[in-house]
Ligand binder design. Sequence first.
Ligand code: ZN
Length: 223
Amino acid sequence: MTEYSHNVDGVPATLAVGKVVCVGRNFADHAKELNNAIPTEPVLFIKPSTALVNLEMPIAIPLNFGSCHFETEMAVLIGDKLTCCDERQAAGAIAGVGVALDLTLRDLQSELKDKRLPWEKAKGFDGACPMSAFVSPQNIGDIQNQQIRLSQNGVLQQNGNSADMLTPVLPLLVYISQFFSLLPGDIVLTGTPAGVGPLAIGDRLEVSLGDMIKLETEVLGRD
Ligand code: ZN
C-alpha cells in the first residue's frame, strides 16, 4: 500500500495524517434505504489513520469478509485544533474539502449490529477510506451546495447534494468537537446520500464533488 498524504490545491500539505471522524445516517434518503431510523442527533464513529489511501490509486478491497459497499461522502480536512468549538471557529479551521469513499463491509456490519457490538472492523480496516486530493475552502464554493456523485461501470449510482445533510458541516464540527478534539490533519466525513451498493473486482468508478473534483479509479481484490 502506498503511503497516504494530504494534498490541497495540487500541493502536498504539511499537515500530519490523523484520524477520520465519520457521521452515519446524515442523509434521510440513505437512512431509509438501510431501514434505519432518522437519528435525532449525529451518529459518530472513527476510522484510524491506517484506513486512509489515495482514491486515485486502484482500490484494494478485502475479499474474505462478505460484501464491501461504497458510500460516497464529502470530506473536510481540519487545519486547526477544535475542542468544544463554535461555528465561527469551525469555519476557520477548514483547510480543504474533498470526496472520500467510506468503504463498509456491509455483511460484517449487519452481523455486528445484530449482536449490538461496535462496527469498527466493518468500517476501520486498512484501506477503508480512499480519499481524494482536497480543494481549499476559497476555491470550492458553497460547501452546502456540492453535488456528490459516484458512477460504477458507467451507471450513476449516487447523486446527492450536500444541501440535504441532516446536520450541515459547521454544526457537525461543533458537535464532534464536544466529544473528540479535532487536530490539524484530521478528516471529517459528512455522510453518504442514497444509492450505496457493493463493489466488485474490476469495477471502474467515477467519483466527483461539485465542479472542482472529478476522478476515476478501479477496484482490485486483496486477500
Ligand atoms: Zn458513511
